[in-house]
Design a protein around this ligand. Structure first.
Ligand code: FAD
Ligand code: NAP
Length: 387
C-alpha cells in the first residue's frame, strides 16, 4: 500500500522530551508519552491489531494517558490538559486575508513552536488558553479549540511546530449583530464612535501574537476528521472560511510533505466557500498543488458576496454547496464510490448543503436519503466538524 500508514497512525518514534515546562505541575505528566519506553508500553497495552473489535475491547481495558486507539491505530490524545497546558511560543503570525467591508475580515496564519512535545496527526485540533480576562472576567480564559492547519511534520517539517488559521472575532454595533461589548465605549482605536465593540478573547490573543510570545496549548484531540488509511481513497473536502484548517493539514500530507508526498494514489477535490475574493485562504498553495498534481487534485471556490446563485433560496449567494452543484454529475459518481470520503468543516449549514446537492440524486436512484447517509456514516466515510 502506497499511503504510508505509519504516518497516519501515531508513531512517536524518538520524540524529544519537552523542552519547555508546562505551566502547572501535573501527576499525569503527559510529556512522558514522548519517551521510547512509554511508546513501547503503550504498544503492549493496546496489543497487535487483530481486528477492530478486539482492539477496541483491549483499548477499553487498558487505558493509557495521552493516547487513544482509533480504528486500530494509536493517535495522540490530550497530552496536555487545561490544568497543565504546554507552554509553547509563537514562531510567526501573518494576516492572510485583505480588508473587506466586513468588520471581521481578518484571518491569520500562526505558526507555534511545540518543541516536539505536542505531536498530532492530520485532522486533529488543539486548545489554546488565552490569558484573559474571559467573558465572565476569568483569568486565564477557558480553552478555545482550533483545528490544526499544518500536517503532522509542521509547516517547516521539523516535527516541532503546529499551525492554526484563526479568524479575528470582531463585532461592532451598527455593523451587523453585536450583543455584547468588552471594550469600553470610545476606547476601540478602530471603531471609536461605536456604542458597543466586542473583540473575541482567544482569537484576538492569537491574532495579536508576535514571534517569541508564549502560547498555552492543550491537546491534541479529535478523531472525526482523520484521513482514511486506504491510499486509493478519494476525498471531497467542503470548507467554509477557517473550516479550511483540517484540509490544509490533509492536503499537505497528501501532496506536499517529504515523508508522505507521492504515496497517495486517489483523488482529492477541495471546495472552499468565503465571502470575498480577499477572504480566500491559501489560494496560491492550492493552485500550486493543482499545477503539480492535475490528475489527483482539484480546487474550486465559491465567493458568496461576489457571485449570485439562484439555487440559494436563502440569500441568493454562491455558497460552497452551490459551487458543487455545478459539478454534480462527476461528484455524484464519486460520492457513490465506496472509496470516497466526504469531509465538511466550518459552518453548521454545510450538512444541509450536502443534502441540497445530493438528495435528489439519491432519490432518483430509488434510495432514501436518510438511509444513504446512515450507510455512509456506518462506512465511516462521512466526516463532519461544524458548529
Ligand atoms: P469569544 O470571546 O469566545 O466570543 C465568541 C462569541 O461569544 C462572540 O460572538 C460574542 O458575541 C459571544 N459572547 C460574548 N460575551 C458573551 C456572553 N457574556 N455570553 C454569551 N456569549 C457571549 N476558529 C478559528 O478561527 N479557526 C479554527 O480553525 C477553529 N477551529 C475550531 C475547531 C473546533 C472543534 C471548534 C469547536 C471551534 C473552532 N474554532 C475555530 C472556533 C474557536 O474555538 C473560537 O470559538 C473562536 O476563535 C472565537 O473565540 P474567541 O475567544 O475569540 O471569541
Ligand atoms: P467566513 O469567512 O464567514 O465564510 C463563510 C462562508 O460560508 C461565507 O461565504 C458565507 O456566505 C457562507 N455560508 C453562510 N451560510 C452558509 C451555509 N448555510 N452553507 C454554506 N455556506 C454558507 O467563515 P468563518 O467566519 O471563518 O466561519 C467558518 C465557521 O466555521 C466559523 O463558525 C468557525 O468558528 C467554524 N469552524 C469550525 C471548525 C471545526 O469545527 N473544526 C474549524 C474551523 C472553523 P454569506 O456571505 O452569504 O454569509
Amino acid at each position: 500500500m502506497a499511503l504510508d500508514s505509519a504516518s497516519l497512525a501515531f508513531v512517536p518514534v524518538a520524540l524529544p522530551m519537552a523542552t519547555s515546562t508546562p505551566s502547572h505541575a501535573s501527576t499525569s505528566a503527559p510529556r512522558r508519552m514522548g519517551s521510547t519506553a512509554s511508546v513501547a508500553a503503550t504498544a503492549l497495552a493496546v496489543g497487535a491489531v487483530v481486528g477492530r473489535g478486539s482492539v477496541a475491547r483491549r483499548a477499553t481495558a487498558v487505558k493509557k494517558k495521552g493516547v487513544r486507539v482509533v480504528e486500530g491505530k494509536e493517535v495522540p490524545w490530550n497530552l496536555f490538559s487545561p490544568k497543565a497546558p504546554y507552554k509553547g511560543s509563537c514562531v510567526s503570525k501573518e494576516t492572510i486575508t485583505t480588508k473587506t467591508a466586513l468588520v471581521n475580515w481578518e484571518t491569520c496564519h500562526v505558526i507555534m513552536d511545540h518543541g516536539g512535545s505536542v505531536p498530532y496527526i492530520e485532522g486533529q485540533s488543539i486548545g489554546v488558553i488565552a490569558p484573559g480576562p474571559d467573558k465572565k472576567g476569568e483569568t486565564p480564559a477557558k480553552i478555545r479549540l482550533y483545528s490544526i492547519a499544518s500536517s503532522s511534520p509542521g509547516d517547516d517539517e521539523s516535527n516541532k511546530t503546529v499551525s492554526l488559521v484563526v479568524k479575528r472575532v470582531v463585532e461592532v454595533s451598527g455593523k451587523g449583530w453585536c450583543e455584547y461589548s468588552n471594550v469600553p465605549q470610545g476606547q476601540d482605536a478602530e471603531f471609536p464612535d461605536a456604542e458597543k465593540v466586542y473583540r473575541g478573547v482567544c482569537s484576538s490573543h492569537i491574532c495579536d501574537m508576535n514571534a517569541g510570545d508564549d502560547v498555552m496549548i492543550t491537546g491534541p484531540t479529535g478523531a472525526e476528521m482523520l484521513l482514511p488509511e486506504d491510499p486509493e481513497a478519494n476525498m471531497i473536502f467542503m470548507a467554509t472560511g477557517t473550516g479550511i484548517a483540517p484540509f490544509r493539514s490533509h492536503l499537505r500530507h497528501l501532496f506536499h510533505d517529504k515523508v508522505s508526498k507521492g504515496n497517495f494514489k486517489g483523488a482529492a477535490w477541495l471546495f472552499l466557500g468565503v465571502p470575498y475574493s480577499e477572504s480566500l485562504l491559501y489560494d496560491e498553495e492550492w493552485k500550486e498543488m493543482q499545477a503539480e498534481f492535475p490528475d489527483q487534485f482539484r480546487y474550486d471556490y465559491a465567493v458568496s458576496c461576489e457571485e449570485k446563485c439562484e439555487k440559494n433560496k436563502i440569500n441568493g449567494e454562491m455558497w460552497v454547496q452551490h459551487k458543487m452543484m455545478q459539478y454534480s454529475d462527476e461528484l455524484w459518481e464519486l460520492v457513490k464510490d465506496p472509496k470516497t470520503h466526504v469531509y465538511m468543516c466550518g459552518l453548521k449549514g454545510m450538512e444541509s448543503g450536502f443534502a441540497e446537492c445530493f438528495q435528489e440524486r439519491v432519490e432518483a436512484e430509488g434510495m432514501v436519503y436518510a438511509e444513504f447517509l446512515k450507510k455512509m456514516k456506518k462506512d465511516k466515510r462521512y466526516h463532519v466538524e461544524v458548529y
